[in-house]
Design a binder for this molecule. Structure first.
Ligand SMILES: [Zn+2]
Length: 228
């Protein structure tokens, strides 16, 4: 009864539309769940190249490229990402990860990966924000697909987000210095699934994938919550 009273006074709202959630709904309301712009990239055949993979052509070999949602400005997806990044909605990332992870599991992709690694934040940004928004998504994917995940393998030496305001990452001279594999023995011979929140130019994922391949992992796939 106390819970009922609480939810009456402070109704939980949908993270995608800010409308109060109905009983039984979690994080995202039923209408948003139906209307979210899913990419359905997992429906593309394994040998077919999808449009996300093409962004990495001639740069770094990417085995599979998945994104759960299409990014559209001022819509539900932008609201979700904003909450994930700035409103401390860490559990929302896990929720999305579990949902997409079960979709990938249903389509037999879980066996394609040995290790899930979120793209790390620079330590100063991590301290400021308190959490890495990609960790939750990675954890949720890991739970649903029963594939190990770790946020201790990769390290970010340079905060490229602040740098991108001045110059684009792909114009960087020292892209390979942005990330470092702290524990190379963890990735040797592994098929890594690299996780980030949004895919835009792909430069961040590209830099991360390149360093992983240099460190001896056998192949890299990428997955993001949304793709612009
Ligand atoms: Zn909603």
């Amino acid at each position: 009864m106390f819970q009922d009273l609480l939810s009456l006074l402070f109704p939980e709202v949908c993270h995608a539309c800010d409308e109060p959630l109905a009983r039984g709904e979690q994080y995202i309301c039923t209408e948003c769940n139906v209307r979210l712009p899913y990419t359905d990239l997992h429906l593309f055949g394994a040998t077919e190249l999808n449009m996300l993979q093409q962004r990495f052509w001639g740069k770094v070999p990417i085995r599979y490229a998945f994104s759960y949602l299409h990014f559209k400005p001022k819509g539900r997806v932008q609201r979700l990402l904003h909450k994930l990044k700035y409103k401390g909605a860490h559990e929302l990332g896990e929720h999305l990860g579990r949902r997409y992870g079960s979709v990938l599991l249903d389509h037999h992709y879980a066996k394609q990966f040995d290790l899930i690694l979120p793209v790390p934040l620079h330590r100063l940004k991590l301290r400021r924000r308190g959490y890495n928004q990609s960790d939750g998504f990675a954890k949720g994917l890991s739970e649903a697909m029963q594939v190990e995940w770790s946020n201790g393998v990769l390290m970010r030496n340079i905060d490229t987000d602040t740098q991108t305001k001045k110059s684009r990452l792909d114009r960087w001279q020292n892209v390979e210095k942005v990330f470092e594999v702290k524990l190379p023995e963890k990735v040797t011979g592994k098929r890594v699934l690299l996780v980030d929140d949004v895919l835009t130019t792909g430069a961040t994922l590209e830099a991360c994938a390149a360093i992983l391949l240099e460190s001896g992992c056998s192949e890299v796939s990428v997955v993001t919550i949304a793709a612009a």
